[in-house]
Design a binder for this molecule. Structure first.
Ligand code: CA
Ligand code: CA
Ligand code: CA
Ligand code: CA
Length: 295
């Protein structure tokens, strides 16, 4: 795709941009290129690591390992700026502006011989190994959209702190719209408490507002956490900001007080998130829209 003399000067890049602007639930993105056998992560236009470098690298390494398992080909997972600096590449915009976890996959071969003229007997196997990597990224997208924002397999204080930070300070990342209604607000905290409780607690119930230590019970230990942090400015649920407004105050105490000495039960049953993939042109886009059903 021709980048043009200035940002979004061309109809192709405008269409690409508009698709993202019209679909604000995009969590991850692949731009497929030939060639070099690389999985490139932001940034490409500047030196230095982006805020999500660790997570970007984690899923890139996972995709690389998956590809290698299929036909034994190694795709090196590296930041794009280690290859060379390049401006106008799509993934810097989809990550930096739109908040999608974005990768450029450089397909086979790994050298200038044969370079762009991949032998026809390698086309199918190239597609096969990359399809498995796409499934990895789709699963990653599903996990993030279910509330495990650091993709470590746990739903804990780290995840809810990331969500509350997004609610208080705003975020361009679609995964923080946990209930899939197009906004990131306190309703997503409720949705996270339901999802995380269902995934974590033996009862399968929702975590309750006031349960500062996320152990399934609202009790004196949670009050102590609120009390130690009361009248301070923090957005952390596990420090006592139970309504994600950036302060630990009386309204949070009231949430604790309403539920004190109760335990999570199975009233907040939530289904598995559903995912779908959309491909067009030379790149793929993954969408996950969360539906939350409360019974
Ligand atoms: Ca986590
Ligand atoms: Ca929402
Ligand atoms: Ca507790
Ligand atoms: Ca609060």
């Amino acid at each position: 795709m021709y980048r043009g003399p200035s940002a979004f000067s061309e109809p192709e890049t405008q269409a690409y941009r508009d698709f993202f602007l019209q679909n604000q639930n995009i969590v991850s993105h692949i731009d497929f290129h030939a060639f070099s056998q690389l999985i490139l992560q932001p940034w490409g236009y500047r030196v230095g690591a982006p805020p999500d470098a660790e997570l970007l690298n984690k899923i890139a390494v996972e995709m690389s390992n998956t590809i290698e398992d299929v036909h034994g080909e190694f795709y090196n997972p590296i930041p794009a700026n280690l290859l060379y600096l390049a401006s106008g590449i799509s993934t810097d915009w989809t990550y930096g502006d739109q908040g999608a976890y974005a990768f450029t996959v450089e397909l086979r071969p790994d050298s200038f011989f044969p370079g762009f003229e991949l032998p026809s007997n390698e086309i199918i196997s190239t597609a096969e190994e990359n399809f498995e990597a796409v499934l990895d990224l789709l699963n990653f997208t599903r996990v993030l959209s279910s509330g495990d924002f650091d993709y470590d397999g746990n739903y804990d204080c780290v995840d809810v702190a990331a969500l509350s930070d997004a609610i208080v300070h705003g975020s361009n990342k679609a995964e923080f719209d946990v209930n899939g209604d197009g906004a990131t607000d306190a309703n997503d905290l409720s949705a996270w408490l339901a999802n995380a409780g269902a995934s974590t607690l033996a009862s399968g119930g929702a975590f309750l507002p006031g349960d500062a230590n996320l152990d399934g019970s609202v009790d004196g230990s949670d009050f102590n956490i609120w009390n130690e942090n009361k009248f301070t400015r923090t957005h952390e649920f596990c420090s006592g900001d139970f309504n994600a407004d950036g302060f630990v105050d009386g309204s949070d105490f009231n949430l604790w007080n309403e539920r004190k000495f109760t335990s999570s039960d199975s009233t907040g049953v939530v289904p598995e998130p559903s995912g779908m993939a959309v491909f067009f042109g030379a790149f793929g886009v993954f969408l996950v829209r969360r539906r939350l059903c409360r019974g």
